[in-house]
Design a protein around this ligand. Structure first.
Ligand code: XIL
Length: 381
């Protein structure tokens, strides 16, 4: 099992194994992956590609790789497996960066999730899709393009990557309807396209976990998004579309300084949503956890504990579901978090969304994740 291997690696690194005597082994350093494993789960993070030594959240940056090695047993590519990265043209694939990442994961005994096979929004598809000529039989040409893509990507990594975000973010947050793209228009609707994506993935990797991944969250103003995701998941079940799990991205947004109070307030509605999802037989994953530290003072001494308490409250709810097996952060350190550029703080202070700070020091958020795993009931199997 991966977790054991990584525990052993950590013990060797820290010299703990050397101390082995006839007496009981000393306690192992509490890592997030160890804590997750004890509750029958896995912990991981996204990682990206860069040239060796670059100051990036990349496996080729030794400082970042050390964080991954310490705390993770599961990785996911931040961008390298998306259409924009893999498909420079309609007829070609560029797997170089993704291959390097997979080689790193294999060499260091990480498991990997695949992200993603179809991010179904115009702005996340390669530019050539917008002007693509689907010819006289657009439906079959769109089906050919999408299914070839999925078969090729899954086929390349399918012996190693056992779970895929097949479709990413296709529900409009404002009204819960589905996005359209040139692919869905050519196919005469979004549902037929999504169904094709999942069926193709199932055929290409019959044993893999197939995930619909989205960012509907528990904060206010997510109601329409959640309702839309529930309708989509119901439709999958009705049509027999092979979808195993909902990926709950978990890009959280703090509400104020009282992190645990806010978490408690948001819990009932959130449980209703999760109950509906699991009631349909879906498994759950936390795929992209990070925290937008809004409505909080800039001072880290005040900000970090609020972020940690909010994270803890959230994970306590998530980990109360035995259907939840994987928890991944969208980056381990504030230094490389996408949130810094995507949504800067209004006061201009650097964001603090991740378990480690920009100097690779653990923050209260890391303690919160550790404690949440520690408190979670042990899973069978
Ligand atoms: C983000 C990456 O972190 C950025 O570097 C990139 O510019 C855009 O995508 N939901 C997802 C992820 O499913 O793929 C996104 O990742 C974050 C939101």
């Amino acid at each position: 099992m991966t977790a054991v291997t990584r525990r052993d690696t950590l013990a060797a690194l820290t010299g703990v194994a050397v101390a082995a005597t006839a007496r009981a082994a000393p306690p192992l350093a509490p890592t997030l992956a160890n804590a997750a494993a004890r509750s029958g789960r896995r912990f991981g993070s996204c990682v990206s590609w860069s040239p060796p030594g670059a100051d990036r959240g990349s496996f080729a940056n030794p400082a970042y790789a050390a964080l991954l090695t310490r705390d993770c047993d599961l990785l996911v590519a931040e961008g390298e497996m998306k259409w924009q990265a893999l498909r420079p043209t309609p007829t070609s694939f560029d797997f170089r960066r993704a291959d390097e990442m997979v080689a790193f994961a294999k060499a260091h005994r990480f498991a990997m999730r695949g992200h993603n096979l179809l991010w179904h929004q115009d702005k996340w598809l390669p530019r050539w899709v917008a002007s693509y000529d689907f010819g006289p039989r657009p439906a079959s040409e769109a089906a050919r393009l999408v299914s070839t893509h999925i078969r090729t990507v899954v086929g390349r990594y399918g012996d190693f990557i056992r779970g895929w975000d097949v479709v990413n973010e296709t529900v409009r947050p404002e009204d819960g309807t589905l996005y359209q793209t040139p692919f869905s228009r050519a196919m005469g609707g979004t549902e037929p396209l999504l169904d094709l994506a999942f069926h193709t993935a199932r055929d290409a990797a019959p044993g893999a976990q197939l995930v619909y991944n989205d960012y509907m969250s528990w904060e206010p103003h997510n109601e329409a998004h959640r309702a839309g995701v529930l309708r989509l998941l119901e439709g999958f079940r009705r049509r027999g579309t092979p979808v195993d799990a909902l990926g709950v991205q978990s890009h959280l947004v703090t509400q104020g300084i009282d992190g645990s109070g806010d978490a408690a307030r948001l819990t009932p509605d959130w449980r209703r949503f999760l109950d509906a999802v699991t009631g349909m037989g879906y498994t759950l994953l936390v795929t992209e956890l990070d925290v937008r530290d809004n409505n909080l003072p800039a001072d880290p001494a005040l900000r970090d504990p609020a972020v940690a308490a909010y994270t803890r409250g959230y994970l306590d709810v998530m980990l109360s579901y035995p259907q939840l097996r994987d928890v991944l952060c969208w980056g381990m350190t504030d230094r490389y978090s996408w949130i810094q550029g995507f949504e800067p703080r209004k006061d201009g202070a650097p964001r603090r969304p991740c378990p480690y700070d920009r100097d690779f020091r653990p923050k209260p958020m890391r303690d919160a994740v550790l404690a949440a795993f520690g408190a979670a009931r042990v899973q069978a199997g």
